[in-house]
Design a binder for this molecule. Structure first.
Ligand code: PLP
Length: 487
């Protein structure tokens, strides 16, 4: 494809995106697609011959015919499922340029611009979020990088922790890891990948810590588990504290957890404390929401996903560590063909050593454009708007006594149910999702009376406004009436 031919079709693509942005509100957030609906349109084998002069017209037609009608519209203002997955113009432009420049930023030497922009932006964001200087790259052993996902960050932290305690003399095979029962499934996945667990239910080296009545890790239970393990000759290698659990956005008591690690001697043995703030980290751009990171100066790493609620589209997980030396030494493998003078000088960051992939895209561009376009003020305004909308939604729910809010709202997620019970709540959600235009997802919440089925209303899509939140509640109330769900 020549540069001129590229320009012609790329302009069409940009127009298609702008057009999609304009009309996404009119599309049902969840498509009525059945399994196989897309498959049946796609030929079994790729075409042998190159496309003719009309191929691009057919491609854009196929997007309208096959792709768009079968997409879940995460960018709809009526998308309230999972967590938001923001996309914005500045970030999309960054994606386009990243692909266009085709950088491969595995080493500083393979793309100095990608490496140094990423490093500088992680410092900017660290400062914007109130992280201590020890997490920034000018410090003796701190700094940050962009991982693809929070799952990658958890895996990197687990590998680094296991290596660090081993370097301090612990038998690699006698290490244990800890997280609350509400932590994200990526924690156990990391244990599977590192070999700390052989199956999801293998608890020989993976400890699931109970939570309190607000579903936060109970630090007394953590302390008991750590002391018991140390007494049995095991060594805690990694603890994952979650700020904003996936189910209910519960916030683990970080400061208390750091104290447990010090008091039990786990810190001294090298135990790595990772803070998973995948969703909630966005709040940290607002100074009034930083209480949850009290004690962060004692943690070893923290990650959060601007690709959730902070206007940078997927994928973009920011991962900082206070101990890059331990992190890098746990994953660095240098074959001869990657050796170069810049690496040998020790002056540069080679980000291939900070995670699983060798090759790395130029993701810093989209973060940079978002930061420059919106400024920190714009990011704060977006977060505060999501919080205000969640507060609005919660107040509407509380004013209708057929509904109940099941967990304290800590941020932009409201977990609700019908008082009529689980079956009615499930029916309510299924009906809303079938009718559209909104999309909702659920969780189960452990209570003293057993698990409760809860609808999670996660607010914070880029385009959601108060009117969408009000409309959602009106639809809910109408369906509750139709279901005969009394108070
Ligand atoms: N951690 C938490 C607390 C999450 O809520 C999620 C996803 O929602 C993840 C980790 C996994 O995120 P990712 O898709 O970036 O791996």
């Amino acid at each position: 494809m020549s540069p001129d031919a590229f320009r012609e079709q790329a302009v069409r693509a940009v127009e298609a995106v702008a057009d999609y942005m304009r009309r996404v509100e009119t599309l049902p957030a969840r498509p009525p697609t059945k399994p196989g609906d897309v498959l049946k349109h796609i030929p079994k084998s790729a075409s042998e011959s190159p496309g003719d002069a009309h191929e691009w017209t057919r491609i854009f037609d196929d997007l309208e015919r096959i792709v768009i009608p079968n997409m879940t519209h995460w960018q709809s203002p009526n998308f309230f499922g999972y967590f938001p997955c923001n996309s914005t113009g500045p970030a999309i432009i960054g994606e386009l340029l990243s692909a266009g420049f085709g950088q491969q930023g595995m080493l500083w030497a393979t793309s100095p611009a990608a490496s140094e922009l990423e490093r500088a932006l992680l410092d900017q964001m660290g400062r914007a979020m109130g992280l201590p200087e020890s997490f920034l790259s000018a410090s003796e052993s701190g700094g940050g990088c962009i991982q693809s996902t929070a799952s990658d960050a958890t895996l990197a932290a687990m590998v680094a922790g296991r290596r660090r305690v081993s370097d301090q003399g612990t038998d690699f095979h006698k290490t244990t890891v800890y997280a609350s029962s509400q932590t994200h499934s990526s924690f156990i996945k990391a244990a599977l990948i590192t070999g700390l667990a052989s199956t999801v239910s293998d608890t020989s080296r993976v400890r699931t810590i109970e939570t309190d009545n607000q579903l936060r890790m109970d630090p007394a239970m953590l302390e008991a588990a750590i002391r018991e393990d140390i007494a049995r000759g095991l060594t805690p290698a990694m603890v994952c504290a979650t700020l904003g659990t996936t189910g209910t956005t519960a916030i683990d008591p970080l400061e208390y957890i750091t104290r447990v690690l010090r008091d039990t001697g786990a810190t001294e043995k090298g135990c790595w404390l990772h803070v998973d703030a995948a969703h909630a980290g966005a709040l940290l751009v607002c100074p009034e929401h930083r209480a949850m990171i009290t004690g962060i100066e004692h943690a070893d790493s923290l990650c959060f996903n601007p690709h959730k609620w902070l206007l940078v589209n997927f994928d973009c997980d920011l991962f900082w560590t206070r101990d890059r030396k331990a992190l890098v030494s746990s994953m660095s493998v240098t074959p001869e063909y990657l050796r170069n003078a810049a690496t040998d000088s020790g002056e540069v960051f080679d980000y291939r050593d900070w995670g699983v992939p060798l090759g790395r895209r130029f993701r810093a561009l989209k973060l940079w454009f978002v930061l420059r376009h919106y400024g920190l003020e714009g990011l704060r305004a977006h977060v505060r708007m999501g919080l205000a909308q969640a507060e609005l939604f919660e107040s509407l729910v509380r004013a209708d006594d057929r509904f109940v809010v099941l967990t304290p709202r800590t941020m932009n997620l409201v977990c609700i149910a019908l008082r009529a019970g689980d079956d009615a709540t499930r029916q309510l959600m299924d009906t809303l999702n079938q009718r559209g235009p909104s999309y909702l997802t659920h969780t189960t919440i452990p209570t003293s009376g057993g698990d409760r089925y809860a609808i999670r209303v996660a607010i914070g899509a880029t385009t959601t406004r108060d009117e969408h939140v009000r409309a959602l509640f009106e639809q809910m109330a109408a369906v509750a009436t139709a279901l005969g769900a009394g108070g």
